[in-house]
Design a binder for this molecule. Sequence first.
Ligand code: UDX
Length: 439
Amino acid sequence: MRLVMIGAGYVGLVSGACFAEFGMQVHVVDADPAKIAALHAGRIPIYEPGLDQLVADNARDGRLVFGTDLDAAMEGADAVFLAVGTPSRRGDGHADLSFVFAAAEQVARAARGPIVLVTKSTVPVGTGRQVKEIVTRVRPDLQIAVASNPEFLREGNAIGDFMRPDRVVVGVEEGPLGQRAQELLRRIYRPLFLMETPIVNTSLETAELTKYAANAFLAMKISFINEIADLCEKVGADVHDVARGVGLDGRIGRKFLHPGPGYGGSCFPKDTLAVARTARDYDSPLTLIETTIAINDARKAQMADRVIAACGGSVAGKTIAVLGLAFKPETDDMRDAPSLVVLPKLVEAGALIRAYDPVAMAHAKQMLPAGIAYATGALDAAEGADALVVLTEWNEFRALPPARLKAAMRGVVIEDLRNVYDPQAMREAGFRYRSIGRP
Ligand code: UDX
């Protein structure tokens, strides 16, 4: 089986490497020569645990190759996967599909025989149909089947999620071409079906909407528990016990009920916005999701106010240690990270920030305001600080001994926005400690 993966970004690299690991021949194509050169030199442009090894092993065995030349990659290809970016379009929040359509057109031009074109990027409902129109217009002489196979992987867990997914969703066009696409994808994912992974076979539109509905639901769960956490603080309840007591109901489920400073990343903010826009366009508004978005946006700003309040109403001239900048641990991704809202507000209020993140600092420096000091480690960030804020729940922050933190800091304020510490232990160490939704 020969596969072409267009896009050496997150989804493209992870899926490409995993398909190669399944034993298929995978050619990853990206228009950016610098990215391809880096991959040839063995450098992975993203931080994802285990990916460097997986790429290196499969590249060494010749199953995974990289290039910029789509024509060359198409030689003998059975299926082409589109894993190009779909950023939010500036202004209206719709997904920008120019990369998807351009890639579909290039694939059609370069195709030598009947192929299956599979969209892995998260795309608005109806995109698969548009892709079909493009390939039919460009190559009326060829039978190009179109499929939608959304990806549900999480950053930091991407390989595990790909290799052991909860389900595989495959949407295809009607008729014999769709049948062919479905059969081919079944063969591609055969190693997963041997592990009895469920497959959801649907139409193109259903597969496209399934991806958005899944992300929107998860985002809603997070905004839900964040509001419950706020109420817990007011009434003296413990949000972790509430989440457990609620989540053990099998109809609800325990996952994604961890309170925090609001969700970020490359998917939830963008996808919730995109599906809410689509729904408005069809005059079938998703008011629950619109509210979820509003709650999350407001929450990030509230987190800065919370820190200011913990510092006695003003942070002017105060040194604040910030642990964690990425939107979650095990990634260097800063997209829509709460730190991008919280830190500028604190800087504006006159705070002196000493920030540390194990892997995201290079990206953070490009996106955060000037004047922030970057520390060499968590304890270095805490050195002489009046207050400490935890923004990302890296394990190395959890492991910090309270006494060492206490000795490093000048002040006693800790705002733990990820609930990584034990409140009692922190109070016993002499901190004025506050976490989210715990008494
Ligand atoms: C998400 C989806 O999980 C994945 O299926 C989809 O393909 C892409 O989007 P990802 O963005 O990598 O993956 O991260 P995820 O682990 O889902 O976390 C998203 C955000 O939600 C993070 O900012 C995280 O801190 C936050 N979160 C998650 C919470 O605040 N509480 C939770 O209980 C879970």
